[in-house]
Design a protein around this ligand. Structure first.
Ligand code: SAM
Length: 273
């Protein structure tokens, strides 16, 4: 939107020196931000939850794409620049000051929002796990999330790879995650030490007869001791060794060889007693 000052000027005018403690690595490249805002699809009049808008670069791109945005930001210093952005898009932007881990976003929306965020590294995985463990179908329509590349790779990992673990199972058993784009560290100010990537996650129908509690518990136990055989790592999970036998899953296998479908079958067997 014309009329808004360049983001670097916004940062300078409001004294927004990047805070490491708040995981602040800002994006200023308008074209890159527009590409991220296109990942969830057409945002015309769609509701969007953004976590950590900071000075509002991604927020601008979302608003320009036609979204109605509710944004949760912890850094009080960002409130003034975000208020200015809200004035440029009357009635399209609400900013809630606070900790995204502590705020219930559901009352902010009439329908199911897309979640789009360049997440602070320190809370990104905790937020993702909370969203993946929601009641299904979830209250959100899709997730478009910037992570450290290594975290994005864990989300989409396949069995047999080092990246495959608890996060892959939680993300894949009832959603379809993919890496939508890689983002070079030099795109950020200040540049982080590692590369980043945008993960896009769309919920799918949940398999029947499986509770998230059980599959999360199984994945945590199995990957808690990922180098051990299942008969060892699942020893403390009641019914799990019996379920392996009933499903014909070799108990000498290691967690990293167990497919998401096999975790689903194991969880279903446990849930059905
Ligand atoms: N969206 C901006 C961009 O792309 O340039 C900033 C992204 S920066 C990686 C992460 C943002 O999350 C910062 O603005 C930081 O203040 C904010 N933040 C950090 N912890 C938070 C929390 N617990 N709740 C809400 N926002 C948080």
């Amino acid at each position: 939107m014309s009329g808004l000052p360049p983001l670097r000027e916004v940062i300078r005018a409001h004294g927004l020196s990047a805070s490491k403690a708040l995981g602040q690595n800002f994006l200023f490249d308008g074209q890159l931000l527009d590409r991220i805002a296109r990942v969830p699809g057409d945002l015309g009049d769609a509701e969007v939850l953004e976590i950590g808008p900071g000075p509002g670069g991604l927020t601008r791109a979302l608003l320009a794409a036609g979204a109605r945005v509710a944004a949760i930001e912890r850094d009080r210093r960002c409130m003034a620049p975000l208020a200015e952005l809200g004035e440029a898009y009357p009635d399209r932007l609400r900013v809630i000051e606070g900790d995204a881990l502590a705020i219930d976003p559901l009352p902010l929306f009439e329908g199911r929002p897309h979640i789009v965020a360049n997440l602070p590294y320190n809370v990104g995985t905790a937020l993702l796990i909370g969203w993946l463990e929601a009641d299904w179908p979830p209250w959100w329509r899709s997730l478009t999330l910037m992570f450290q590349k290594e975290v994005a790779e864990r989300i989409v990992a396949s069995p047999g790879s080092d990246a495959y673990g608890r996060l892959a199972v939680l993300a894949q058993w009832r959603s379809n995650p993919r890496i939508a784009m890689s983002v070079h560290r030099s795109a950020f100010t200040p540049p982080p030490k590692v590369m980043s990537a945008v993960a896009h996650i769309v919920p799918e129908e949940a398999p029947e007869g499986v509770s998230v509690r059980t599959i999360a518990r199984l994945a945590a136990a199995a990957f808690g001791q990922r180098r051990k055989m299942l008969r060892q790592s699942l020893k403390g999970t009641p019914g799990a060794l019996d379920a392996l036998g009933r499903l014909g899953i070799d108990p000498t296998r290691r967690a990293e060889t167990v497919s998401v479908a096999e975790f689903v079958s194991l969880a279903r067997t446990l849930d059905q007693g």
